[in-house]
Ligand binder design. Structure first.
Ligand code: URA
Length: 202
C-alpha cells in the first residue's frame, strides 16, 4: 500500500515511489507521469532543469527531448558521462496547454516550484551532490530562492537552500530558441560552465 506522499521517505527509491503518485499540485492531473531524476545517485554532480517537456512526459525520463539532446551532447564534450551525473528537474510534472493535438509547453509558476520543492529537497538529501548545475531561471530560483534575472548571474556560484554550491547556467531549451550569434554565444557559455563543473568534481 503506498505511503501518504508527505511521509518522509527513507531512501531515494522510496522518494521516487512516493513521487510517482504525487498530488501536491494540479499538474499531476493532465501530465502522463512523474518524471523523477535519473543517473548515478552516488555522483558528485546534480544537474537541475525546469520541468519535463513533452518527450520527457511520455517517456518518464528527464532530458530525452531536443533540449536534453543538446545538454547530453554538451556534457559529453565536457567529458561528463550523462549516466554518471544525476539529471533532474525543479518541477517533476509536465505543464502544458493543449492546442489541437499538440501540447504546448508552459513554464511552471512559483506555486508549482514551491509544491515540488519537497521532492527536490528529498532528492538532494539522499544524493548530497558536491556541485549542482542549475539550468535556467526556474531551476536557479528553486535551488537558491533568488528570482532575479539570470544574465548577470550565469557562470556564478550561489548557495542552494541546503548550502550546496550551485553553478548557474542557461537552459538548453533557451539556447535552442536563440538565433545566430546569440545562440552561438549562449552555447559556448553552457559549454564553459560544464567544463568548469567537470573540473570542480574531478
Ligand atoms: N527536459 C527536461 O527534462 N527538463 C527540462 O528542463 C527541459 C527539457
Amino acid at each position: 500500500r503506498p505511503m501518504p506522499d508527505d511521509a518522509t521517505p527513507e531512501t531515494l527509491e522510496q522518494a521516487a515511489a512516493q513521487a510517482s503518485h504525487c498530488t501536491r499540485c494540479e499538474l499531476c492531473h493532465a501530465a502522463t507521469q512523474t518524471v523523477w531524476g535519473q543517473g548515478n545517485p552516488r555522483t558528485p554532480l546534480m544537474i537541475v532543469g525546469e520541468a519535463p517537456g513533452d518527450q520527457e512526459d511520455l517517456q518518464g525520463k528527464p532530458f530525452v527531448g531536443p533540449a536534453g539532446q543538446l545538454l547530453r551532447q554538451s556534457m559529453e564534450k565536457a567529458g561528463i558521462d550523462p549516466s554518471r551525473a544525476w539529471l533532474t528537474n525543479a518541477v517533476k510534472h509536465f505543464r502544458f496547454t493543449p492546442r489541437g493535438k499538440r501540447r504546448i509547453h508552459q513554464t511552471p509558476d512559483a506555486g508549482h516550484v514551491e509544491a515540488c520543492k519537497w521532492w527536490l529537497t528529498q532528492e538532494r538529501g539522499f544524493i548530497q551532490p558536491r556541485l549542482t548545475l542549475a539550468l535556467g531561471a526556474t531551476a536557479a530560483r528553486a535551488l537558491t530562492g533568488n528570482a532575479k534575472p539570470l544574465t548577470p548571474r550565469r557562470g556564478g556560484i550561489e548557495p542552494a537552500f541546503d548550502g550546496g554550491d550551485t553553478l548557474i547556467s542557461w537552459h538548453p531549451s533557451l539556447i535552442l530558441r536563440l538565433r545566430d550569434d546569440a545562440k552561438e554565444q549562449a552555447l559556448h557559455e553552457l559549454q564553459s560552465d560544464l567544463a568548469r563543473a567537470a573540473e570542480m568534481i574531478s
